[in-house]
Design a protein around this ligand. Structure first.
Ligand code: ADP
Length: 372
């Protein structure tokens, strides 16, 4: 049978839930759709009557949710659930059956169903509750999977990026030892090797610091009135060595007082200005920080540079953790600076994005709420 599509709109949420129904009984399918409509769930339905039909429908589109009957022709509903569990683990599945039997319920849950309801209990309240719980659990599962992926990347970066300076320290230590054993030790070379150790250790320290800041960027913050002119002064103080080394020109307009956390906002400006200086090949890096009103109670900040620019296809990606457009060597870094910036801005209720052109550099924009 060809899958049938129906829509039942309502005002409960703005998003329409795409729901797959797998049930060979026409009246039962109608009943489920009717109850969902009455429950005020904004849904579109695809009706299928067998596992084969359902598999076909899943190839055509994605669903937020599936409702599967226990009794299906050919394969039973449990096979259907196991199939979804293996192929589409993010899609919550609820089993419905005429038999309100605990053994079937346990089998359904074991096969991977989020919930189980006897047909006689398919009513507005139960459907609403089940859909809500199933979607929440699916979201939780997605978040856990995402965090797990982040953790794996985190571990890989730790191992990879920390190994390089550790190897350097070991090598320098060996050179120093053999240098000292020589009949007439060359003090200058030994001093060079000592400086090499200090540099490698500094790199390790910076990396550990960044990783620590990234893990801390999820903590709760309290918003206070923060003068962004002072934040700018603090960020410049922290960056003064780099600014001097690069002979950079940092320009800044008059900045507003916003609702925020001063040390987080300093970190934000420091990361953005630091990147502007790092990813710049110009003899004199020029960074311009400005702010302009952006609708009611909101300010839009801009950090503009004359650096190497960012191609269009990477402008979203760079905010993800551990995304780097260049390997270490030319530009140092762990790929966490912008991910930290994104977390900071979002925790302040704002958004961050960038615009760029290779010839004109990059502008990072972010919004913050005005202090009340
Ligand atoms: P890191 O600097 O440690 O690599 P970030 O998260 O701060 O990590 O930046 C991610 C990537 O975005 C960088 O590797 C770089 O390629 C690019 N990038 C960031 N800021 C700029 C900028 N101002 N100009 C050009 N490229 C940038």
């Amino acid at each position: 049978m060809e899958a049938l599509t129906q829509t039942a709109d309502s005002t409960m949420t703005d998003e329409v839930l795409r729901i797959l129904i797998v049930d060979d009984d026409h009246a039962d399918r109608r009943h489920v759709m009717h109850v969902m409509k009455e429950a005020g769930l904004p849904c579109s339905f695809v009706e299928t009557v067998s596992l084969e039909d359902a598999v076909e429908a899943c190839k055509q589109q994605t669903f937020e949710f599936a409702i599967v009957d226990y009794h299906l022709p050919g394969a039973d509903g449990l096979n259907c659930i196991s199939y979804f569990q293996a192929r589409i683990p993010d899609m919550p599945v609820v089993m419905i059956t005429g038999r309100g039997d605990e053994i079937v319920a346990a089998q359904a849950i074991k096969a991977g169903a989020m919930d189980y309801i006897p047909k006689k209990n398919v009513q507005e309240a139960s459907i609403r509750r089940i859909v809500k719980t199933a979607l929440e659990r699916a979201e939780l599962r997605r978040r856990i999977a995402q965090q797990q992926e982040e953790l794996e990347k985190f571990a890989a970066v730790l191992v990879h990026d920390l190994r390089a300076p550790i190897t350097a320290v070991q090598a320098f230590a060996r050179y120093i030892e053999s240098g000292l054993r020589a009949t007439s030790p060359d003090r200058d070379t030994i001093s060079d090797h000592c400086r090499g150790i200090v540099k490698a250790v500094r790199r390790m320290d910076a990396l550990i610091n960044t990783l620590y800041k990234y893990t801390k960027a999820d903590a709760e913050i309290t918003l206070h009135p923060v003068d962004m002119n002072q934040v700018m002064v603090d960020a410049m103080t922290d960056l003064q060595n780099t600014i001097k080394e690069r002979r950079a020109r940092i320009k800044c307009g008059n900045l507003p007082v916003v609702a925020g956390d001063a040390s987080e906002l300093t970190e934000l400006l420091e990361n953005l200005i630091g990147n502007s200086l790092k990813y710049c090949e110009a003899e004199t890096p020029i960074v311009d920080v400005t702010a302009a009103p952006d609708g009611k109670d909101t300010w839009r900040f801009a950090v503009k540079d004359n650096g190497i620019g960012i191609s269009e296809q990477y402008r979203q990606k760079i905010f993800a953790p551990f995304e780097r457009l260049h390997g270490t060597g030319k530009y140092d870094g762990a790929g966490l600076g912008l991910a930290i910036c994104k977390k900071i801005v979002e925790r302040h209720g704002g958004t961050i994005w960038c615009e760029s052109s290779a010839s004109q550099g990059t502008i990072f924009f972010f919004t913050l709420k005005e202090a009340v």
